[in-house]
Design a protein around this ligand. Structure first.
Ligand code: HEC
Length: 128
């Protein structure tokens, strides 16, 4: 009889413990929105990373029909991009050296995009 009581009380103890853990997880907690300031440069490829950045910020002046806007310099194909690597591309996006800062007359690329381009070039600017 004593043993049975003990088992029951252990059972309740476990149930109450579980409830407490459950409540503490779902209780009235205010979850602050997490600011995502991370920059994932683990895998950087021409097609998946570099081309989308150039398309978003550069090809308005540096692609076929728009080439006159970009002094004839093309950045809409790997072969053309490769000609600007590492320089003057790195100076242009970092606003260093004697080249015109790019994108021309616009704000500098975000630090994460610059980090990705830099890494892609450091890894050999591959056509991947
Ligand atoms: C509004 C048009 C415009 C945009 C957008 C633009 N460029 Fe340019 N880019 C130019 C012009 C014009 C030149 C020729 C240099 C000059 O006349 O200042 C140039 C030159 C360059 C050069 C050669 C620099 C040199 O002096 O040899 C590179 C590299 C370059 N751009 C890269 C980029 C990249 C990368 C982007 C996007 C991040 C970009 N450009 C966005 C207009 C633009």
């Amino acid at each position: 009889m004593k043993v049975v009581k003990k088992i029951i009380s252990i059972k309740y103890f476990i149930i109450i413990s579980c409830m407490c853990i459950g409540f503490s997880n779902t209780g009235c907690k205010y979850d602050k929105p997490v600011l995502t300031t991370t920059c994932d440069t683990a895998i950087v490829t021409y097609s998946g990373t570099i081309k989308p950045i150039l398309t978003a910020h550069c090809t308005v002046c540096h692609s076929g029909p728009n080439a006159p806007n970009g002094n004839g310099i093309l950045l809409d194909d790997y072969v053309f991009v490769k000609r600007q690597v590492p320089q003057p591309l790195l100076d242009a996006i970092n606003h260093t050296g004697n080249v015109t800062p790019m994108p021309k007359d616009a704000t500098k690329l975000d630090a994460c995009s610059i980090a990705k381009i830099t890494k892609w070039i450091a890894e050999g600017a591959k056509s991947n």
